[in-house]
Design a binder for this molecule. Structure first.
Ligand code: SAM
Length: 318
């Protein structure tokens, strides 16, 4: 499968502390000097585009915490060959930024929101920011993006009782609501494994409440999701089954963290980096050559690789 999708983590910091995402051991955050600068991120991104990357998704940590994020979006959007620039955010800071980000060239936005209940939001994220996240979602819907998705990680006994309410949002808004299976990726999430609520269970709840789902052909940007629509709905419903489904064979993505480490697979060790080349002033050709070599080893890793379970979504960005 051709690699044409880069997930670019802009920071290891987050303004939330989600139970299923944040690492158990607090290691402290990276210093300003350790983070790649805007210019370095843009040079790396341009080299990825040179070797076939067509879509970049900005993630984190929380990408909206990155200083002058609007300027960075504008810089990345200007990269030749890049067809799509997207972002995954918790939405808490989006209300005031959605319009500027769209204007700077951001095409799509995914918002991670796992509950509509303030007490549950507090419990999951350690923060009383539900209203801000909701306002961010509404601002995105009004912002003119080509698509807005809402990502809900469904967890048994935590938010599974809200699956119907989330499905309902796809009836009322032009929104793709995506139900994501919880994925154990670090020690804390291994310890939360009992909260797994499978796609089959979620789908059953949705169909019981609103009738049969009609599957839509896989579209651009649906990634590993299977996408459906409820009868009469304005939006869509997607399921991402990282646990119950095996989708390594259709994986078209690589990841780079905010220090320049490249992960050909979510489960590859962090042995590949562009940082030294970037800091030595390497040109786009040299960077592109190095990236090509990293792409070659992608198929060495799988969901059941020995490094599986040790990555940190909180800094690598899912
Ligand atoms: N801060 C941003 C946000 O909240 O969207 C971007 C980073 S966050 C790590 C990216 C995505 O990874 C979110 O949608 C989050 O819900 C998801 N995620 C994190 N840990 C996960 C896990 N253990 N299983 C499934 N999804 C997870």
């Amino acid at each position: 499968m051709a690699i044409d999708y880069l997930r670019l983590s802009l920071t290891d910091r987050c303004n939330l502390n989600c139970s299923y995402c944040t690492p158990l051991e607090k290691k402290g955050f990276l210093t300003h000097g350790e983070l790649l600068r805007h210019e370095e991120l843009a040079r790396a991104a341009a080299a990825f585009a040179r070797v076939g990357v067509k879509k970049i998704r900005l993630t984190g940590g929380e990408p909206l915490l990155r200083r002058n994020i609007v300027g960075l979006v504008r810089l990345l959007k200007a990269i030749p060959g890049l067809k799509e620039l997207a972002m995954t955010t918790n939405g808490v800071l989006l209300r005031d930024l959605a319009g500027q980000l769209r204007e700077a060239g951001l095409d799509r936005v995914n918002i991670s929101l796992n509950t509509l209940n303030p007490a549950t939001y507090d419990k999951i994220t350690g923060s009383a920011a539900l209203e801000d996240a909701w306002d961010g979602l509404m601002a995105a819907l009004k912002g003119g993006f080509s698509e807005v998705k809402l990502n809900m990680v469904v967890m048994k006994g935590v938010n599974d009782a809200e699956v119907r309410d989330f499905a309902r949002l796809s009836m009322d808004f032009r929104l793709s609501v995506r139900f994501i299976e919880f994925f154990p990726t670090n020690r804390r999430s291994a310890y939360l494994s009992h909260t797994l609520f499978t796609t089959a269970e979620t789908r059953k709840l949705v169909e019981k409440a609103y009738g049969p789902l009609t599957e839509l052909p896989p579209g651009r940007g649906s990634g590993p999701a299977r996408v459906f629509r409820l009868t009469g709905a304005k939006g869509k419903i997607g399921f991402i089954s990282g646990r119950s489904d095996y989708f390594c064979g259709s994986c078209n993505r690589v990841r780079m963290d905010c220090t320049g480490r490249v992960y050909p697979c979510l489960f590859s060790p962090s042995t590949h980096t562009l940082r030294d080349l970037l800091r030595a002033g390497a040109d786009e050709d040299a960077l592109a050559d190095h990236i090509k070599k990293i792409f070659l080893v992608k198929s060495d890793y799988k969901k059941d690789s020995p490094s599986a379970g040790h990555i940190e979504m909180s800094s690598l960005g899912g």
